[in-house]
Structure formats: structure tokens, C-alpha cells
Ligand binder design. Structure first.
Ligand SMILES: NC(=O)c1ccc[n+]([C@@H]2O[C@H](COP(=O)([O-])OP(=O)(O)OC[C@H]3O[C@@H](n4cnc5c(N)ncnc54)[C@H](O)[C@@H]3O)[C@@H](O)[C@H]2O)c1
Length: 502
């Protein structure tokens, strides 16, 4: 889709205003500009707009910096912190603001309501108002009502000024939930599995069909409520897959078995699929935890039995505690130990640390009296801002080897490729005690054990190996004893026939 080095395309369709330029809005605005659309990107954060105008991306997303530089001087792509002018300039208005979680678990929709209000007051002709933010069912109806209520002011102003009376009359609301994954947002925009559009009029359907035609992908048109439900259902299902495999991982540890091979074995079944079946420290990030809460809340408000979803959440909430148990099992006493943490972002490919399991792990380590030396390829700045350094207790390091220096254990918390290719010999030499506790099953067990590490991971152990690991105490600076597993293919990390996902 992208045409490097050539002039941006031009498309004569309706002008688009993207309201809110965060992890969803910014890729949406830039990718729509890339399809040739005239786009106005607006955000209430003036500093963010100024940075974007200087060509600086406010967060890390592969390919986005390149797109920003390509469109920064494109006259058909504008950036502004004047939300009202963006509303007036656009015909299709994408709402991409945050919907954070409130104390009681319900989503805070005040940013969406604020925009609905603003849109109502600035209706200067037909608008298609599209919710891209993740919102619970019936939010679209509230957006409609709010725009209508405040539209009266726009009409009154027109009557008073005797200018464009009647032009403010028309608008539609649509729901177009976003399914992009951070770390692959641009790829997901241009190659979506599907696009979902909840519409109420033929006009809205035509505008959205025209908008997404260049993507050449399935577009599912539904009613408004259904589209909103599809987004929450998708995230609840993905969260369920993760908690399910984590529960099975615990069973593997209890009775002996390899969760990676269990996942491969069920994932090859076309009815199940392999994705979102990686055992580990659980899901995090801005979407799954809060969207699960919002969906549970929606069910509870409507007297639906959502105990299945509550269990999914409970399993996830227990993952960090279980992981810390493994660290304790490896170290015995945590007080006074130095622990290297590799990975802070909630997943690889992003610098986003919102609701990242890594931060919960670090907090618990600090509470138990350990000192932490942390490193992440992209998320250091965000982590520093959220959890500032504490002299002698929490230090951010410039590399994995620096984090490993003098450590009694090294924890892998994010599945960055960089951590798959660590120089194990160098890391072992740097560490006080060569112990790896792998929360993402990123390492090859046989390889790290051969390199002299005591290695604990999630659901890839057999009971007798675990017992031996517990008995093994490693003395100061002594080369670690290799805990050999019985020679079998599962141990080598290579499958009998089919390639396994790492
Ligand atoms: N992050 C993801 O991977 C992802 C994926 C799918 C859906 N979503 C959903 O998309 C929505 C946005 O998520 P995000 O991660 O982009 O959030 P974000 O916090 O990264 O971005 C929100 C942006 O909206 C801006 N904003 C707030 N009020 C505004 C206003 N009145 N006018 C204009 N701009 C305003 C903020 O300054 C911020 O830049 C949420 O509902 C989220 O659940 C997120």
C-alpha cells in the first residue's frame, strides 16, 4: 500500500477529521492520509501537536515515524490543537479519544461525551460521526442524543447570524471499532482481517465503504450496538484464550508437560488457532484489562451472569503472584538480592507500559526488599516517568548486560527479539548467580541450561526437574550446575515433526 519516495496519493472523497491522536488516532490519521484522503488530525494536547509538527512521534510504533515525515509537509494532511476547527473542516469525524477505566470498573466516557458536545455545537453541514474508541454498547445512541441536544445551539447561532440556516441539520453516528495491535498498528491498518462498521443509514454505509475500499478487505456492516459489542466480545475472547492457556500451564507444571507443545497441539486445530496461546505472566496494556472490566460491568448492569469473564480476570490477576513465587523459589530470600529485569513494555514492539505486568512485578520485588536493575529496548523513558529511579533500589540500565551486572537472578518480562539472542556466556559472567526466570517462555530451556543457568519458566517443566531446581543452591560466583532434563524432543525445544512457535 505504501509507495515510498513517491508523492502522497490524492483522493477526492470526504475530508476526515481524526479527533484524538494517540495510539489509535495517530496511525489512523496517517494511514488514511496514505490512502490519499484529506485529513485533519486534532488533539487537545498542544505539546503533542507541536511535537508532531516538528516531525517527532510521541510514542514508538514501527513505521510511524517514516509516515509522519512523509506527510508532515503534505498540504492534504494537517495537524491542529483546535478541535472545533477540525470538526468544522471534516465530513467524517473519527472519535479516537481515551476511554479509561473508572474506580468501579466502568469505562470513563467523559472524553467521548465532550467531543459529542463539541461536534453538536459545531455542526456546519452533514457529518458522519464515527466512534473508533472502544465503548460499551449503546454509547452510539448517547452520542446521537448528545449531538442532537447541542445542535440546537448551532441552529440558533445560524438563525441569529442569518447565514447558513438548515445546514446544521444532518448527521449520522457510526461505530467502527479498532482492532489494531500496538507494535503492528500500521500493518494492521493496511491488512486488517476485517473492518466492522455499525451504521444506521445508507449514506453512512456508502461513506465508510468508500473509505475502506482501498484496503480490499472484508467489511462487515451491522447495526450500531452490534458493532460496539463485537469489539468487547473480541477482546474478552482473546483474554479468555490467554487465561485458559495460563491455567493449563499450571496443570503442566503440576503433572509434568510442556505448555508450548500443548499450545502447538491445540493451535493446529483450525477451530482453535495458535495465536494468544502463549503462557506467561498474563495480559496487560491499555486494552484487554480495561475492556474486560467494561464488558463485565455491562453484563452486571444488565443482570447477565458474567462469572466466566470474572474467572478469566481472576486467573490473569494471579499470574504476577505466581511468577513472583518462582523468583522466590529460585532465590529463597529476596531481601538484599539484586534482580535484573529485562522488558518493561506490556508487549514487544511498543514503548507502552500502561497496565504492564512488569511494573507489578517490580513493585512486588521492591516490597520484598530486592534491588532492581531494569532494561527495555523502547520503554525506558515511559518507565522512568511512571516509576522514577530510587537510589540503591531501582535503577534503569542502558543494556541487558548492564542490568545483569551483579544480579542474583534475571527475569524476562517482555518478549522482545533482542532477548532471544542474548550473549548467554557474557550474561553469566556478569551475574552474581546465574539464574533466569522467564515469564514469557522466550528462552530455549536446553540452551540456557547448557550455558550454565538455572532456568525457571512457565509451564515447560516436569515435576522432578522442578524438585531438583528447588534443591539446587548455587554458591557465590560458582559456575552453575546444569540441570539436565531427560533427552527428549520437548527438552530440546524442537518438535518431532512440526516447527514450534518460540
Ligand atoms: N491502544 C490500543 O492498542 C487500542 C486498540 C484498539 C482500541 N483502542 C481504543 O481506542 C481508544 C484510544 O486509545 P489510545 O490507546 O489511542 O489512547 P491514547 O491515550 O493513546 O490517546 C488518546 C488521545 O486523545 C487525546 N484527547 C483527549 N481528549 C481529547 C479531546 N477532547 N479532543 C481531542 N483529543 C483528545 C489525548 O490527548 C490523547 O492524545 C480507547 O478507547 C482504546 O480503548 C486502543
Amino acid at each position: 500500500m505504501r509507495s515510498k519516495g513517491t508523492e502522497p496519493k490524492k483522493h477526492d472523497g470526504a475530508t476526515i477529521a481524526v479527533l484524538g491522536l494517540g495510539h489509535v488516532g495517530l496511525p489512523t490519521a496517517l494511514c488514511l492520509a496514505e490512502t490519499g484522503r484529506r485529513v485533519v488530525g486534532a488533539d487537545s494536547d498542544a505539546a503533542k501537536i507541536a511535537a508532531l509538527q516538528r516531525g517527532e512521534c510521541p510514542f514508538y510504533e514501527p513505521g510511524m515515524q517514516e509516515l509522519l515525515l512523509r506527510h508532515r509537509n503534505n498540504p492534504r494532511f494537517q495537524l491542529t490543537d483546535d478541535i472545533e476547527s477540525a470538526i468544522r473542516a471534516g465530513t467524517i469525524l473519527f472519535i479516537c479519544v481515551g476511554t479509561p477505566q473508572r474506580e468501579n470498573g466502568a469505562p470513563d466516557l467523559s472524553q467521548v461525551e465532550f467531543l459529542a458536545h463539541c461536534i453538536g455545537r459545531n455542526l456546519n453541514g452533514y457529518k458522519l460521526i464515527v466512534e473508533k474508541s472502544t465503548v460499551p454498547a449503546i454509547t452510539g445512541q448517547w452520542v446521537k442524543k448528545t449531538v442532537s441536544r447541542h445542535r440546537r445551539h448551532a441552529l440558533a447561532a445560524e438563525i441569529k447570524n442569518r447565514t447558513t440556516y438548515g445546514k446544521a441539520a444532518g448527521f449520522d453516528v457510526a461505530s467502527n471499532p479498532e482492532f489494531l495491535q500496538e507494535g503492528r498498528a500500521i500493518k494492521d491498518f493496511f491488512h486488517p482481517d476485517r473492518v466492522v462498521c455499525g451504521v444506521e443509514t445508507v449514506r453512512a454505509q456508502r461513506l465508510l465503504a468508500d473509505l475502506y475500499r482501498p484496503l480490499n478487505c472484508p467489511v462487515l456492516f451491522t447495526d450500531l450496538n452490534t458493532a460496539e459489542l463485537i469489539k468487547h466480545t473480541a477482546n474478552a475472547f482473546l483474554a479468555t484464550k490467554i487465561s485458559f492457556i495460563n491455567m493449563v500451564s499450571d496443570i503442566c507444571e503440576a503433572v509434568g508437560g510442556d505448555i508450548s507443545q500443548v499450545a502447538a497441539g491445540i493451535g493446529l486445530d483450525a477451530r482453535i488457532g495458535r495465536s494468544f496461546l502463549n503462557a506467561g505472566i498474563g495480559y496487560g496494556g491499555y486494552c484487554l484489562p480495561k475492556d474486560m472490566r467494561a464488558f463485565i460491568n455491562l453484563g452486571e448492569e444488565n443482570q447477565v451472569d458474567v462469572s466466566l469473564l470474572r474467572e478469566v480476570e481472576a486467573v490473569n490477576n494471579g499470574r504476577v503472584r505466581r511468577f513472583i513465587g518462582k523468583v522466590r523459589q529460585a532465590l529463597w530470600v529476596m531481601q538484599g538480592k539484586t534482580i535484573a529485569v529485562l522488558g518493561l513494555a506490556f508487549k514487544a514492539g511498543t514503548d507502552d507500559i500502561r497496565d504492564a505486568a512488569s511494573l507489578r512485578v517490580i513493585r512486588m520485588l521492591l516490597e520484598e526488599g530486592a534491588a532492581v536493575q531494569a532494561y527495555d529496548p523502547k520503554a525506558m523513558e515511559n518507565a522512568r516517568r511512571t516509576m522514577p529511579e530510587i537510589a540503591g533500589r531501582l535503577k534503569y540500565c542502558a543494556s541487558a548486560p548492564e542490568a545483569a551486572q551483579g544480579a542474583h537472578a534475571l527475569l524476562v518480562l517482555t518478549e522482545w527479539d533482542e532477548f532471544k539472542t542474548l550473549d548467554l556466556r557474557q550474561i553469566r559472567e556478569l551475574m552474581e548467580v546465574p539464574v533466569i526466570v522467564d515469564g514469557r517462555n522466550l528462552c530455549n530451556p536446553a540452551e540456557v541450561r547448557r550455558a550454565g543457568f538455572e532456568y525457571l519458566c512457565m509451564g515447560r517443566t516436569t515435576p522432578h526437574i522442578e524438585r531438583r531446581a528447588r534443591r539446587t543452591t548455587l554458591s557465590h560466583k560458582q559456575p552453575a550446575r546444569v540441570l539436565s532434563m531427560p533427552r527428549r524432543d520437548a527438552d530440546k525445544g524442537t518438535p518431532l515433526v512440526l516447527p514450534l512457535e518460540a
